[in-house]
Write a protein that binds this ligand. Structure first.
Ligand code: ZN
Length: 409
């Protein structure tokens, strides 16, 4: 049965939606865009309020529960928190597909004990996480409120998520769970609103992180001399890793960031360890580097054991600490072209570049994905001194609204 409220809902023809400039001129879209600008002070207040709820990676529950309440109060349907802690809500269109997932991440790099108070001076708001990604979270609210105000019914469906595990050792845990479990097979394209500004990220720089360790019986430096030595093996390994050839384009990098092991100067260590980070925007380059790194680790092991004729033999352990797959949404993909056309329709140009964000994961699955900034201007992300300049920040919300509607019609 069609309810009275539903019959009042306005909708936009797909021909108009395909052209963002024409779409921006429709009465309903103008209403939505004007409203987004009008309510920006309220959206900024929400941005500050949710930002004062601590949400370190792996401890996003409190902020998540608040977003569950917000999603419900906005009238989103089927609001739930999945097993990973992602908050999900739907704004159904005429059909279930295309289904665009719009995400902003709940988590921050700041431990709970970092004071999360925000403060405003003129157009500048200070507070840890205020841009990354409280801005994205606030824009989610701005999108839904503006679409509701203009009573826009989309052809396809918009699914919203305030997701967990984007930062650091979160290792994209939230989006991985969304695409592998809670929304598996349901999502046709993906937008992450992450941080500030108006840039578009279509290349996902991937990274692999490892803890490499050599372990053996150890022993006295004099008495047990002749046992294979884990620290010496690590020296061999690091020398080999240092000599790996990587391409300049696509930029591919490696770094042994931390080393440790041993108990005293006159002991053969029973363990040595190193933490290694490798990155590339090209999955093949990253995987080729990964192979070379593993080969170096094993050759170092074999050489050290052979040197001492397998006396006090050592073993190698490779533990993956992080896996952000690399990926790319081609420049020719409709999601990228539409995003550029949307910026143009709103009177600005957006730079297109690379980054390491939640979009990496859908990109690696060949699901069209981009990350966009939430508007305004941010400084000092990941530092307690982070700040957000609200000048013209409503443009970020407007861009997200126009893009969302254009992509599902
Ligand atoms: Zn972020």
């Amino acid at each position: 049965m069609v309810s009275l409220a539903a019959s009042l809902v306005l909708s936009i023809s797909s021909a108009v939606a395909a052209d963002p400039a024409a779409l921006a001129q429709t009465l309903q879209m103008k209403t939505a865009l004007d409203y987004a600008q009008k309510i920006e002070p309220e959206i900024i207040r929400e941005q500050r309020r949710v930002c004062e709820i601590a949400a370190p990676t792996f401890q996003e529950e409190k902020r998540g529960l608040e977003f569950q309440r917000i999603f419900e109060s906005l009238g989103l349907k089927n609001v739930r928190i999945d097993a990973a802690g992602n908050v999900i809500g739907e704004r159904p269109g005429k059909a279930a597909h295309p289904n665009l997932l719009i995400a902003a991440h709940l988590d921050t790099v700041f431990p709970e004990f970092v004071g999360l108070k925000t403060a405003q001076e003129g157009n500048i708001i200070k507070g840890p996480g205020i841009g990354d990604d409280c801005r994205g979270l606030a824009v989610l609210i701005g999108i839904v409120r503006s679409l509701n105000e203009a009573r826009i019914e989309t052809a396809g469906t918009l699914t919203f998520t305030a997701n967990v595990g984007e930062e650091g050792l979160g290792d994209l845990k939230g989006v991985k769970h969304l695409f592998n479990e809670s929304l598996k097979g349901k999502i046709d394209s993906f937008i992450s609103i992450d941080g500030t500004g108006l840039r578009i990220t279509r290349i996902g720089v991937g990274s692999y992180r490892y803890r490499l360790a050599y372990k053996g019986p150890g022993g006295h430096s004099f008495g047990a001399f002749g046992n294979a030595n884990p620290v010496h093996a690590m020296g061999r390994a690091i020398a080999k890793i240092s000599d790996i050839d990587v391409p300049d384009h696509p930029k591919t990098t490696f770094n042994v960031g931390r080393i440790g092991g041993g108990t005293s100067v006159n002991s053969i260590a029973f363990e040595s360890w190193a933490e290694v980070d490798m990155r590339s925007s090209d999955p093949r380059s990253l995987n080729a580097l990964d192979e070379k790194f593993k080969s170096a680790a094993h050759r170092a092991l074999n050489e050290e054991n052979a040197r001492w004729k397998d006396k006090g033999k050592i073993a190698v352990e490779l533990k993956m600490l992080g896996n952000r797959p690399a990926g790319e949404t081609p420049e020719s993909a409709p999601i990228v072209k539409t995003a550029l056309a949307v910026s143009k329709a709103l009177g600005f140009e957006s730079g297109v570049g690379e980054g390491s964000t939640d979009s990496n994961y859908p990109m690696s699955l060949n699901i069209p994905a981009i990350t966009i900034g939430g508007g305004g201007r941010g400084e000092g992300a990941h530092s307690p001194e982070e700040s957000f300049d609200i000048t013209g920040s409503w443009k970020g919300t407007q861009r997200a609204i126009l893009l969302a509607v254009a992509l599902v019609n």
